[in-house]
Design a protein around this ligand. Sequence first.
Ligand code: C2E
Ligand code: MG
Ligand code: MG
Ligand code: MG
Length: 282
Amino acid sequence: AAKEKGRNQFSVFDPSMEEEAQSRRLMLRDLQKGLDKQEFLLYYQPIVAMQTGRTVKAEALIRWDQPVRGRVNPGDFIPLAEESGLIVPLGEWIFKEAAQQVTAWRKSFSPDFVLSVNVSPVQLLSTELDCSAWLKNIKALEIPPSALIMEITERMLLESDKASDEKITELQAAGVQLALDDFGTGYSSLSYLKRFSIDYIKIDRSFVCNLHRDSEDVALCQAIIVMAHQLDIQVVAEGVETQEQHNILLEAGCDFGQGYWYCKPVTAAELTQRLQKECEQS
Ligand code: C2E
Ligand code: MG
Ligand code: MG
Ligand code: MG
């Protein structure tokens, strides 16, 4: 009887849960279709050198233009792509597209230009992810692996296993750079810095947005930058929206800035124009 009761507790019908499940099924179906029909595209947000203001890197940010849904932002489909495993083929596409694009920009404008790509823990945990194929792809384009930065989050630390650690190490050994995204929002971040040799820390937007009116956030950013530099890690500040925030970060010795103050995420063509202009000015 107790068992019966226990079971009943789970069978309470909740129409909103059913609706949610249905909308997820539809979204998943659309995601799969979208992959076949090439509805995804990459936007690029400049990452500027704080001292000079020059666009020296960019972060690739995925967008989805679905015929009926319109423009869908990653926050609204990446989680489902991760749960369903679709992030693996999607991630392959992102990586190839980014590698091709950075090759073009390096040839036309700056041989040192670098593209930063978000990599989901689910991708790295998947047995399907083939690092040697990634590296072959890079080699075929005749760019050094260091033209790409792999952005991982602190969440990766919690979910990682031996195989995913080895993949990160393999890519790093080949020269791919490593950035710790959203730094300070997860936990165990410091042990992460020790485990892998991280090249960049990206200070999370939440520490940057109140810089001009919160002295504690200033202290935190300063401390992160000092610590990073002592560990030979460079620092990118995310979500810089005002000149005041920029000035405080510059003063604190931050290496790179990313945010609406410099430029919002733009199409490849728009970033090409920006790089062109910067080239002409120098
Ligand atoms: P993220 O990697 O931390 O990317 C930075 C996010 O902050 C981007 O949102 C960007 O548009 C936004 N942002 C940039 N500057 C500012 C600013 O000054 N103010 C504010 N309020 N926001 C700013 P987006 O493009 O919507 O991406 C959200 C998240 O989705 C990313 O966070 C990343 O975790 C994930 N994501 C995006 N593209 C990809 C991808 O290609 N693969 C994977 N696995 N995840 C991705
Ligand atoms: Mg990122
Ligand atoms: Mg980021
Ligand atoms: Mg971030």
